[in-house]
Design a protein around this ligand. Structure first.
Ligand SMILES: [Zn+2]
Ligand SMILES: [Zn+2]
Length: 473
């Protein structure tokens, strides 16, 4: 292409063009000619001439935003603006589509990649005033993708960092499930904080009758104000079909939220109802250190971001009530929050099953001595700290005190069942955890078993050591 600008503009086919916008023509044509010359290309010039001839023939104004599709149809692009001198027919058909509804095509490898947009031969026409059709289109796709990304909820990633999978009987009473299964699974402290089951299908809450846990009274609103006493109801009352999810709220002050999903209902003949810990991920979350699901998630995020954040998270963890008897790691930066302790969970569940149910009306309290110990240990003093009187403490129960080492005489106080038995309808086999067909040990009457096999196994393992000797455990 060697013709000069005036000759081009004065040419026959360009007459109409000059008539429309001489100024624009001159500027664009100069730039185009210079580019075409420097690259030694003239294909675009030919295509431009053809396009203007076409406009002439069709008797349309080149300012008309319609362009020729590769299939040869004169069509209005839904989004992209073409350069005045660009016929369009060398472009991919997607440029006549709307990027907000555009369905990307698969590329040669069968995957959708780079929107399937191919390079064109018209780059020299476009400037910063009119970006390339590709850039116009892809920028709209980027906006659309960003809007989709903003809608994505990826909190699931942290929510599922901690999980446990367990097989048990749906006939298990809710109070036993909370006290002897859920609490040990998370390594928490039995009878320390309030809890409630949340039936997500209608919002009903189920919790222990008359709990005196401090968090339940201080955070009445977060504890749900009032709930149906869980005694008398079992898992099957609130989890009925596969896929059902209920919530478990633990510690109304700190707020641990656990979702419990019924994954699979096993055929009756394949299960005895024994509790089996199958799998899990994540260590034991801190119990009672102003933590809870959301603030612990933030601690873990900070731990992943910096050594200082990690040191702090390890400090929070080992300052928690359920970590009192654990040694902090020598190097906090080596600590793995994601390491789960399946054997530890199984042991904690076995210990819990081999004990009586907690007395939620006299839950655990940390007490710092404020008077001489004989005064502290008087019945009336102990009972008043638990919010009880000798009359409303149930028969066969007592107040137990356990020293908290390294805390200057502090002790843990709670109501326990001494000679009082669990109701057979509100307990589980001391050996395997099934709630079905329970009979008390005929000798001590303090443990329940589902049958001879469980009783024999448990006798050999541990019960012979305590049966009849002490009613306290
Ligand atoms: Zn059993
Ligand atoms: Zn016994």
């Amino acid at each position: 292409m060697t013709s000069s600008k005036p000759a081009e503009c004065g040419g026959n086919t360009l007459g109409m063009w000059r008539h429309i916008s001489t100024g624009h023509c001159a500027r664009t044509a100069t730039a185009r000619t210079a580019t075409a010359m420097s690259f030694g290309l003239d294909a675009a010039e030919d295509s431009l001439r053809a396009w203007l001839a076409e406009c002439d023939r069709l008797n349309i104004d080149p300012r008309d935003p319609r362009r020729k599709t590769p299939a040869g149809h004169l069509q209005l692009p839904k989004f992209v603006k073409f350069h005045l001198l660009h016929p369009g027919s060398d472009c991919d058909e997607i440029f006549w589509q709307d990027p907000s509804t555009f369905t990307p095509r698969r590329g040669r490898n069968g995957y959708v990649d780079s929107s399937g947009i191919y390079p064109m031969n018209t780059q020299r026409l476009y400037t910063s005033d009119i970006p390339l059709p590709e850039i116009q289109f892809i920028n709209a796709l980027i906006d659309r993708k960003l809007a989709q990304l903003a809608q994505l909820d990826i909190t699931d990633l942290s929510r599922h960092r901690y999980w446990r999978r367990v097989r048990l009987s749906a006939g298990l009473p809710l109070s036993v499930f909370a006290d002897k299964i859920i609490t040990p699974l998370w390594g928490w402290v039995r009878n320390l904080h309030a809890h409630a089951f949340h039936d997500y299908k209608g919002g009903a809450l189920f919790g222990p009758k008359d709990t005196n846990a401090i968090d339940a009274s201080v955070h009445l609103g977060k504890a749900g104000y009032a709930y149906i006493p869980e005694e008398g109801f079992s898992i099957a009352h609130i989890l009925q079909k596969e896929g059902d999810v209920i919530g478990y709220h633990y510690d109304s002050g700190d707020n641990w939220w656990v979702d419990i999903k019924l994954e699979e209902i096993a055929p009756r003949d394949t299960s005895t109802g024994a509790v089996v810990v199958l799998d899990g991920a994540g260590g034991y979350p801190p119990d009672g250190e102003s933590s809870g699901t959301f603030s612990w998630a933030i601690q873990l995020r900070k731990a992943a971001q910096s050594p200082a954040g990690k040191r702090n998270a390890v400090k929070v963890l080992f300052g928690a009530t359920n970590y009192q008897d654990k040694n902090p790691p020598l190097d906090p930066l080596d600590y793995d929050f994601d390491l789960s302790d399946l054997e530890g969970m199984r042991k904690a569940i076995r210990d819990a099953l081999d004990s009586k149910g907690s007395l939620h009306y006299a839950s655990k309290k940390f007490v710092t001595p404020f008077a001489p110990m004989d005064e502290m240990n008087s019945d009336s003093s102990m009972l008043s700290r638990l919010g009880r009187t000798a009359r409303n403490m149930k028969k066969g129960t007592a107040v137990s005190q356990t020293p908290v080492p390294g805390h200057g005489g502090m002790f843990l106080e709670e109501g326990v069942k001494l000679t009082r038995k669990d109701k057979p309808t509100n307990t589980a086999c001391a050996n395997c955890g099934t709630p079905h067909d329970l009979k008390a040990c005929s000798r001590c009457g303090q443990r329940y078993y589902c049958g001879k096999d469980s009783q024999r196994a448990h006798w050999k393992e541990s019960h012979k050591m305590i049966c009849g000797k002490s009613a306290q455990k």
